[in-house]
Design a protein around this ligand. Structure first.
Ligand SMILES: Cc1cc2nc3c(=O)[nH]c(=O)nc-3n(C[C@H](O)[C@H](O)[C@H](O)COP(=O)(O)OP(=O)(O)OC[C@H]3O[C@@H](n4cnc5c(N)ncnc54)[C@H](O)[C@@H]3O)c2cc1C
Length: 413
């Protein structure tokens, strides 16, 4: 029923999508529904919970290292195949798909420069992991700095009076890190390694940052409790505290000179992924609504035969297909022509908003049943709601994107 946007998919892509779809249906969706019902977020990550079994299975089939080259032991998927796999995993369970995706962050960025020491100490152990022993997270936001940290086109960004809470100072051959990240760090309380965005040069404001990989078994690291939240409940979240934590000099991947380019790169990559993930959720919500509308009989006929329901389904279908096409276009264009931060942010904003609207309409089509705990559409609605804030609120990402576009087109008249 759904189009394959772009050129004819390769055999590799077709097979990768098929396997991911099966994994999503058989492993991720049942685990995520079970985890969603747990009242206590600590139970989600307790030993023996379905979370760990789902993660172990994902690692054992190489989903954690899907984009790492085969030479390193990764799956070496093309950008197109990876985009298709991501959409399928999120169709099954967006929360677990995000947990798997963000688990690779510190290792993927450590691999960028090809530094042999980082490859041996960090990247290879992660890629070769078949049991989910290495779990990464991306720690950028702080209790007092949420949107601040992401608005790289904001007026505040180079203002020295607005500075990071987590800071690093050099000390001989090491960096010493101090401060705390927000309770929103995905995988925060279970992560073994964090990609930490932090302050180094106070005179440069938020732009005077750095990016470090911090192994979270270092002395001085502690963590808060898992966060209890509305949606994406299978995605663990929690605060990380750094009390004079020491890391070797080479674990600081980027200093202030490279920081502005790095934040753009990471935000573009993360939001390109978010667009694909939530186009997958939108498709899941549409499919649920279509199936239900064909079965539910009211007034002597399936509700799918009522014109107003047909129009609603059509409207949802258009949103699903435009979200999928936008997400795929941005993902493939950034892989072949380089990233455009404005397009990545626009795709995230569009696809998450589309997912939220489609999930909301799906609840409406289910009538009262759409509000019942344990119904997939009820969960999809809550999961999609969280996405309007996740990785930057849609308002702030939109402002950042339009400012970037205006800057690219030169000063205003
Ligand atoms: C599900 C989920 C997963 C997340 N995962 C991670 C993660 O892995 N790592 C991580 O570090 N963080 C993560 N976050 C945090 C997320 O990035 C922040 O919640 C988000 O950036 C907003 O920050 P805040 O919550 O502090 O809100 P605030 O920044 O306090 O914003 C509050 C309100 O003010 C508005 N606002 C703020 N500044 C401006 C401005 N300049 N102009 C206009 N409006 C403005 C916002 O749009 C918002 O409506 C996650 C969040 C969620 C919900």
């Amino acid at each position: 029923m759904f189009l394959e946007p772009g050129p004819q998919p390769t055999d590799e892509e077709v097979e990768a999508r098929r396997l991911a779809r099966r994994f999503a249906a058989e492993v991720l969706r049942p685990a995520s529904l079970e985890l969603d019902r747990l009242a206590d977020p600590s139970a989600v990550i307790a030993p023996g919970s379905p979370f760990w079994e789902a993660m172990r299975q994902a690692y054992s089939v190489g989903l954690h290292a899907a984009r790492f080259p085969q030479a390193l032991g990764g799956a070496g998927l093309s950008a197109a195949a990876h985009q298709a796999v991501t959409e399928e995993l999120a169709w099954g369970a967006v929360d677990l798909a995000i947990a798997i995706s963000v688990a690779s962050f510190p290792f993927a960025y450590a691999a960028l420069g090809g530094d042999p020491q980082l490859m041996t100490e960090l990247v290879q152990p992660f890629v070769g992991d078949e049991e989910a022993r290495h779990i990464g997270c991306w720690a950028i936001t702080e209790p007092d700095h949420g949107s601040d940290t992401l608005m790289f086109e904001g007026e505040h960004y180079r203002d020295p009076s607005v500075f990071w809470s987590v800071v690093a100072r050099p000390d001989g051959d090491e960096w010493v890190i101090e401060g705390s990240k927000s309770a929103w760090v995905s995988n925060g309380t279970i992560a073994t390694h964090a990609l930490v965005f932090l302050g180094i040069e106070r005179e440069q404001g938020m732009a005077g940052g750095g990016v470090a990989v911090v192994p979270l078994d270092r002395p001085g690291v502690s963590k808060g409790p898992p966060l209890d939240k509305l949606g994406q409940r299978a995605l663990n979240q929690g605060q990380i505290f750094f009390d004079r934590v020491r890391i070797p000099r080479w674990f600081m991947l980027v200093g202030p000179e490279g920081y502005p380019a790095m934040i753009e790169r990471v935000l573009a990559a993360a939001n390109t992924g978010m667009a694909t993930l939530f186009s997958g959720l939108a498709r899941a919500a549409f499919e649920e609504a279509l199936d239900y509308a064909r079965q539910r009989v009211q007034g002597g006929r399936p509700i799918a035969r009522h014109q107003l329901v047909q129009w609603k389904l059509f409207d949802m279908f258009v949103k699903v297909e435009t979200a999928r096409t936008f997400a795929r276009t941005v993902a493939l264009s950034s892989a072949s022509r380089g990233r455009s931060p404005a397009h990545a942010l626009a795709a995230k904003v569009y696809c998450t908003q589309a997912a939220f609207e489609v999930a909301s309409d799906a609840v409406q089509i289910f009538g009262g049943m759409g509000l019942v705990k344990g119904m997939l559409v009820e969960k999809l609605f809550r999961d999609a709601r969280a996405a309007l804030i996740e990785d930057g609120t849609n308002e702030v990402l939109g402002l950042t994107a339009i400012r970037r576009l205006m800057a690219e087109h030169g000063p205003a008249d």
